[in-house]
Design a protein around this ligand. Structure first.
Ligand code: UTP
Length: 293
């Protein structure tokens, strides 16, 4: 079984649910507390043992490339002012030299198409796929949990989570086969089914480990749900030849591509931070939220 060393981060979407913030600013640079979403995804990948970080970017996304570069003026200033902690934090966040690659999706034709744009960089290797607008709070990180499963199963691994039946039509949904409750064979997948057609209440939630044969299938994919080339349709085709395992991860997810998910994540992550929690709680109490609930 080949080790998973490469992760793909699709960051070429338009972020229409978050306009006007995303008119000039990439959605993936929105901050939860003081870190951009893309940094959380890179940290999660690094924790899972990823060594090569591939970003599929688009127009207006140059700032993501800058974020993963050194900022000499800033570093010199921090050094001169003795802000050694801030400097060390900045350096810690950076992938090593030569371990990032950037390619462009020239048109946002859908997630499946964005992944296909990374085919030459990934080559004939299994890879992780992380959607950076999905933020996962898990211990260990969700991708690490999936890697632990992958070491047992090989093949393709998808993070899944339960949602209320009323919400199911917004997501890719899996049908579950044999296996324990938290790690089982996937027997079918469908993108954005009608509630009555959904094979389960388990949705595909933004973290994947995929085999390179997906690229050949994505090349021939036509537009699916929402007029976009869907990764789920490619995976469904791959399911005919290869095993897929669903991992019901331990943790909590926030859809930071939506305003409610993003705002909730900011509250939860701020309360997680020892340096911020007390001050933040003091301000929250002043808002007298209970009276508004
Ligand atoms: P989303 O569907 O959440 O992103 O894709 P979006 O299309 O930018 O958002 P809305 O729905 O218009 O608000 C999940 C991830 O896939 C990337 C996005 O950048 C996001 O990180 N993506 C999506 C691409 O890279 N290319 C695409 O064509 C579509």
């Amino acid at each position: 079984m080949k080790r998973v060393r490469t992760a793909v981060f699709p960051v070429a979407g338009l972020g229409t649910r978050f306009l006007p913030a995303t008119k000039a600013l990439p959605k993936e640079m929105l901050t939860v507390v003081d870190r951009p979403l893309i940094q959380y995804a890179v940290d999660e990948a690094r924790e899972a043992g990823i060594e090569h970080f591939v970003f599929v970017t688009g127009r207006n996304k140059g700032v993501i490339e800058d974020h993963f570069d050194r900022q000499f003026e800033l570093e010199t200033t921090l050094e001169a002012r003795g802000k050694t902690h801030a400097l060390a934090e900045l350096r810690k966040d950076l992938p090593s030299a030569g371990r990032t690659s950037f390619t462009r999706q020239q048109e946002p034709l859908g997630l499946g198409h964005a992944v296909w744009c990374a085919r030459d960089i990934v080559g004939d290797n299994p890879f992780a796929l992380l959607l950076p607008d999905m933020l996962f709070r898990g211990q260990p990180g969700v991708l690490k949990q999936m890697m632990d499963t992958y070491e047992q199963t090989g093949g393709n691994v998808i993070a899944v989570e339960e949602v209320p039946p009323a919400d199911i039509s917004s997501y890719g949904v899996v049908a579950r086969g044999e296996g324990p409750d938290n790690s089982f064979a996937i027997t079918d997948m469908v993108e954005k089914p009608r509630r009555e057609d959904a094979p389960s209440n388990l949705i595909i939630s933004g973290r994947y480990i995929l085999q390179p044969e997906i690229f050949g299938l994505l090349a021939n994919q036509t537009r699916g749900a929402g007029g976009e080339i869907q990764i789920t349709d490619g995976m469904k085709a791959l399911l005919k030849d290869q095993a897929f395992t669903g991992v019901k991860y331990r943790g909590q997810s926030f859809d930071c591509g939506s305003k409610i998910g993003f705002l909730t994540a900011n509250v939860v992550y701020a309360l997680d931070r020892e340096d911020i929690k007390d001050g933040f709680l003091t301000e929250l109490k002043k808002l007298n939220l209970e009276a508004r609930l």
